[in-house]
Design a binder for this molecule. Structure first.
Ligand code: FAD
Length: 671
């Protein structure tokens, strides 16, 4: 007989791929701070991914992983430094026609790199366990069977407006067999089948009863269940866009070949046989994305049994001829076709959300999907954490869709252009209008390099992005005070020097994702008495009962738990001491990690951070950075009213605010 239990939780995450794991990881930080929060993550499969699938990590994603305390991912990955373009010459023979850097030099501390999704997921699972102190863990295999959202209760902070029924699966139900081959492959979850066929794999056979069902009452649900998202379909949210007919095969092999650039990223266009993208990977592996001759009629269903590993490699051989291609090991293969679509809405009543492939699908060749998926929940996680802990008003959650949907649309537009340029036949000469011009292909590649690095994201103005003081923002920034910082983009990291001992550090490394806003006080020439007067007035404001710190920080939190003030002066460490900065606002008692200098260091030279940010080294500026690292506001040291107005627009006044107290032990311990 089927047993049914009933439970309650704050957040239920459905799907434990990259989007779901990032959601769980960002929320784990809030669970650490408030162990009464109940965050659950469930997946219908009995195991995580072990081989294959996504592997490309953008510089921006790597910056975020560093801010989550997961630098091991970069350390284990294979850096991609170069891209080579191969095109047919007049005789039809493929030749290298160009070579340029894979990541735009100087755009980030990190290069684009690759590491397979299985290892990335492993690191996430460990980090979630550690940060949540064992309170958050993926529960498998659990299949959601129904979801209902009571929108009338959406604005009640105590309500549990969502009801989800989960079914506990038997092991054999949750482990779809590898599709027909000994080699691990992705054909069992490929886009060549329909969502209904996928659903059917997990349906109970006629007459069989479920062992256990659980009715979960949740405050929030995040559907991170991939491109065929059951959550999206059940909530009645639609994907808008189109499906291409090109079919691509993918193999991960250790190659044996005379092709000269097999250990570098290559885009190869042959005269007649299609295209190949080569991605060098960790552990001597190389991934080949290979254009197949088969087409999917109007993007429809395709018989996946025709795609064998040998057939896929043979297609690569034809494209790469006269170079030979064999392999000593094959780890994984798959075949797929591309849908370029974005969901029309990202939530129902800002209670049930979708994220990742559940709201955007596109070609994997530009290495965007896993990154875009993780960045969705990187964006949503802190906002949900702030609302759940009653630090912010629920209106903050509206900015998830308003920030992430335009980004997804831009991604689809890029992918539309890029994948057609990559799949098309090369033009024979300038008069061949039906072919793809290789100059246009190179231009698209180079022009979009910034976009594909993930660092070009520029969120529109809103309550949390203060650009002109219009379009929903209560304040206008003063861009002239930080000429090279764009409000709405992520703060690019520059080297600074920790005042206490002279260690060269990256400013980006100080932005550990713990849900706190960073107020960066570029204090300018603090050794000049007139400038120190300005700094002291700013500090007096922060310590006053009227400041946003005193008003919005709850009494049971440390004083820097919601707003951490970091001071970066432009003096040498000999001109001024840490203790010269006003305590406790800027130099909290016995906290030696709050004051930094933009000065010469013994081992790493001078960071020239003021110059890089375009900030006046005498007068300085204030730069407000969101918990996810995006610049929210640039203002002057006197503009305390602007800071007040910015935070008042979305922060919640706690029942018992901290007030103007300055007790001795008031700093959190960042990881
Ligand atoms: P998924 O990774 O699809 O995860 C969804 C999870 O939800 C799965 O664990 C699944 O078991 C679970 N699930 C599904 N339905 C349910 C349900 N009803 N109930 C419970 N659980 C459910 N992206 C890149 O950034 N870089 C790359 O280099 C790259 N290469 C790729 C190569 C290939 C061959 C493919 C196929 C994709 C590639 N991608 C790449 C895309 C990338 O894999 C996806 O964009 C990414 O995995 C999306 O993450 P997600 O968490 O949204 O969804």
């Amino acid at each position: 007989m089927t047993k049914e239990i009933e439970t309650y939780c704050d957040v239920l995450i459905i799907g434990a791929g990259p989007a779901g794991l990032m959601a769980a990881r960002t929320l784990s930080e809030f669970v650490r701070q408030d162990p009464s929060l109940k965050v659950r993550i469930v997946d219908k499969r009995s195991t995580k991914i072990f081989t294959g699938q996504a592997d490309g990590l953008q510089p921006r994603t790597l910056e975020c992983l560093k801010n989550l305390g997961m630098p091991q991912i970069y350390e284990a990955a294979n850096d991609m430094t170069t891209i080579n373009l191969y095109n047919p010459d007049d005789s039809g023979m493929i030749r290298r026609t160009d070579r340029f850097p894979d990541t735009v030099p100087g755009v980030s501390r990190y290069n684009q790199c690759v590491l397979h999704q299985g290892l990335i997921e492993r690191h996430f699972l460990d980090s979630i366990h550690e940060v949540s102190e064992g309170r958050v863990a993926v529960e498998r295999p659990l299949l959601p069977e129904s979801i209902e959202v009571d929108e009338s209760k959406a604005d009640d902070p105590d309500a549990y407006p969502i009801t989800v029924t989960l079914r506990y699966l038997a092991e054999d139900e949750a482990d779809p067999v590898q599709f027909g081959h000994k080699v691990s492959n992705g054909l069992f979850r490929t886009t060549l089948t329909t969502a209904e066929e996928d659903d059917a794999e997990y349906r109970l056979p006629e007459g069989k009863e479920a062992g256990l069902r659980e009715k979960v009452h949740a405050k929030y649900v995040i559907g991170c269940d991939g491109g065929r998202s059951w959550v999206r379909r059940s909530l009645g949210l639609n994907m808008v866009g189109e499906q291409t007919d090109y079919i691509w095969g993918v193999v991960d092999i250790v190659p044996e070949t005379d092709f000269p650039d097999v250990r570098a990223r290559c885009a190869i266009h042959s005269a007649e046989s299609g295209s190949v993208m080569i991605i060098p990977r960790e552990d001597k592996l190389v991934r080949f994305y290979i254009q197949m001759q088969e087409r999917a009629e109007q993007g429809g269903r395709v018989d996946r049994s025709q795609f064998t590993p040998e057939k896929i490699v043979d297609s690569a051989r034809k494209i790469m001829a006269p170079y030979y291609l064999n392999y000593s090991r094959m780890d994984w293969f798959t075949a797929y076709h591309i849908g370029q679509r974005v969901a029309d809405k990202y939530s129902v009543a800002e209670r049930a959300f979708i994220a990742g492939d559940a709201c955007h699908t596109h070609s994997p060749k530009a290495g965007q999907g896993m990154n875009a998926s993780m960045m969705d929940t990187w964006n949503l996680g802190w906002k949900l954490g702030m609302v759940l802990t009653r630090r912010a008003q629920r209106s903050l959650l509206k900015t998830y869709e308003s920030e992430r949907q335009p980004f997804a649309q831009a991604l689809i537009d890029f992918d539309h252009k890029f994948s057609r340029l990559f799949s098309g036949k090369p033009a024979k000469d300038v008069l061949d209008g039906s072919g793809v011009s290789m100059d246009a292909f190179k231009e698209a590649f180079m022009k979009n390099a910034l976009f594909t690095s993930g660092t070009a994201v520029d969120y529109d103005e809103s309550a949390i992005v203060a650009k002109t003081g219009k379009n929903g923002s209560a304040v206008a920034s003063k861009p002239a005070l930080a000429r090279n910082i764009t409000v709405g983009t992520r703060l690019k990291s520059e080297q600074v020097c920790r005042h206490s001992e002279g260690l060269a550090m990256h400013l980006g490394d100080l932005l550990y994702m713990n849900g706190a806003y960073r107020v960066l006080l570029f204090a300018g020439n603090a050794a000049a008495p007139a400038q120190m007067d300005r700094i002291e007035r700013f500090a007096a404001y922060l310590d006053s009962p009227e400041s946003f710190v005193s008003r919005f920080t709850p009494a049971d939190c440390k004083r820097d738990a919601l707003f951490e003030v970091l001071t970066i002066h432009s003096n040498s460490r000999d001109e001024i001491d840490m203790q010269d900065f006003p305590a406790p606002a800027l130099y909290p008692p016995f906290d030696y990690d709050k004051i930094f200098a933009d000065c010469e260091t013994y081992h790493r030279g001078h960071g020239h951070a003021y110059e890089a940010y375009g900030i006046d080294a005498e007068r300085g500026a204030v730069v407000v950075v969101r918990p996810d690292g995006y610049v929210a506001l640039v203002c002057d040291i006197e503009d305390t009213a602007d800071l007040e107005a910015y935070f008042s627009a979305f922060m919640a006044v706690p029942a018992k605010p901290l007030g103007a107290q300055a007790e001795k032990d008031w700093t959190f311990t960042a990881k």
